[in-house]
Write a protein that binds this ligand. Structure first.
Ligand code: AMP
Length: 425
């Protein structure tokens, strides 16, 4: 038997109703902040990701699904392509390619699958879904302002609360700018020199090529060493420090709680200044629901104009997981099961079902070959609230037997009153 590939999964009903519920809430909340949707391709040129996310990151060095495409002619070498591991790079590419600043488009979001060859476990998949939003634009439009960072964070708090996820935790840090980073990396190199021999092979490599990435290390034995390393917060220059302060001030003024975590550097190289993660206790080991940050140099590094930006990616799989306990009400069962009784009744039953569906009722429809007992079983299995019997006598009389399956109460209802009666509590 052929099964879904390891790390991928089918999203089945009734869970898909939760996914739709989340996406509808996301679209609604984002609209209030004037975000508009963008859809970018699922695969891009490999260089887009290696140049933006960073060669030394886990994503680029180990986790991308990359292949060489066929060339146009047999002799021609094909392009290197990659399934997108994250959305920001593609959105910034589109921003540059279509000169979106000319159209005043600076608040964009996208929802869709991402691909990373990680070790699958609960909450970690190889095809997973992200809800991604970005504010990007020329500095003259204020896109570098701490007000934008705070706006994005406040929007996320609003979204999570709206979804009924209240016990989240916002962890906040500033990873500084290129200036600070150079000094910080040098200090890290020095601090790592005497201890790096005791660290994992990845850290030994990172210590040479990109010391900041040592903070991504998950190896338990390395953690006491990492705990003692210098922190980026000690290296922020005055403008970065003031920017970070201002973000915190606005968050306090809008009442969004946060904790400073000076170890938080995020696993992607393009981040500058504000970096953040929202975690949720109930999720277990993979407890980050979403992460994001500022990326002021990204557009230029991809050949575009200066365009400071800030964005985030919500792990939709994990968001849906944290929602499950509270979201019973989202799952809509059939309001009524229409049961044709006896030969020739399928047509009448279909007509009635059609009328009821036009009243925004969820209707499940049986078959005239079913005996009454079988119709009752099917209605119960579908979780319908009512069963409606459509036999020859009922059609002639223009009144139908409507039975509440939970209370067993049965009433005769005239055709014209059916929808209203079913909609009643
Ligand atoms: P990142 O793009 O790594 O900053 O991730 C942003 C969010 O996407 C994380 O906080 C997770 O919720 C989610 N995420 C990242 N990788 C995976 C994965 N392999 N499976 C499921 N969710 C993921």
């Amino acid at each position: 038997m052929i099964k879904a590939v390891r790390g991928t999964r089918d999203l089945l009903p009734p869970d898909t109703a939760l996914w739709n519920f989340v996406e509808a809430a996301v679209r609604d909340v984002f609209r209030a902040y004037n975000f508009q949707e963008i859809r970018t391709p699922i695969f891009e040129e490999t260089a887009l990701f290696s140049r933006s996310v960073g060669e030394e990151t886990d994503i680029v060095s180990k986790e991308m699904y990359t292949w060489e495409d066929r060339g146009r002619a047999a002799s021609e070498k094909g392009q290197s392509l990659t399934l997108r591991p994250e959305a920001t790079a593609g959105i910034v590419r589109a921003y540059i390619e279509h000169k979106l600043w000319d159209r005043g488009l600076n608040k964009l979001y996208c929802i869709g699958p991402m691909f990373r060859r990680e070790r699958p476990q609960k909450g970690r998949y190889r095809q997973f879904y992200q809800i991604d939003a970005e504010i990007i634009g020329p500095a003259s439009a204020g896109s570098d302002s701490p007000a934008r960072d705070a706006e994005v964070l406040e929007m996320l708090a609003t979204l999570l609360n709206r979804l009924g996820i209240t016990d989240w935790n916002l962890e906040l840090n500033s990873v500084g700018c290129a200036n600070d980073r150079a000094r910080f990396n040098e200090a890290l190199r020095q601090a790592l020199k005497p201890v790096v021999g005791k660290m994992c092979a990845d850290c030994q490599r990172r210590a040479v090529t990109n010391p900041l990435r040592v903070f991504d290390c998950k190896v338990p034995e390395d953690q006491p060493i990492i705990e003692k390393l210098p922190r980026i917060s000690q290296f922020l220059d005055e403008p970065c420090r003031a920017h970070f302060e201002a973000v915190q001030e606005i968050l306090k003024s809008v009442g969004v709680e946060f904790q400073i975590n000076d170890r938080l550097v995020r696993g992607l190289d393009y981040y500058t200044r504000t970096a953040f993660e929202f975690t949720h206790g109930a999720l277990g080991a993979q407890n980050a629901i979403l992460g994001g940050g500022r990326y002021d140099g990204l557009s230029e590094s991809l050949g575009g104009p200066a365009a400071p930006g800030i964005g985030f990616a919500i792990g939709e799989d994990r968001l849906v997981m944290s929602l499950k306990e509270t979201a019973e009400g989202v799952l809509r069962k059939p309001d009524v099961y229409v049961a044709p009784l006896g030969a020739g009744m399928n047509g009448e039953a279909a007509r009635l079902a059609r009328e009821l569906r036009q009243h925004d009722l969820v209707v499940e429809l049986g078959d005239e070959t079913f005996r009454l007992k079988k119709s009752f079983e099917a209605a119960t299995k579908a979780g319908a609230k009512y069963i409606l019997i459509v036999g020859e006598n009922e059609v002639k009389a223009g009144a139908f037997a409507l039975k509440n399956l939970a209370t067993a109460e049965q009433v005769q209802v005239a055709r014209g009153d059916l929808a209203h009666r079913i909609q009643e509590k």
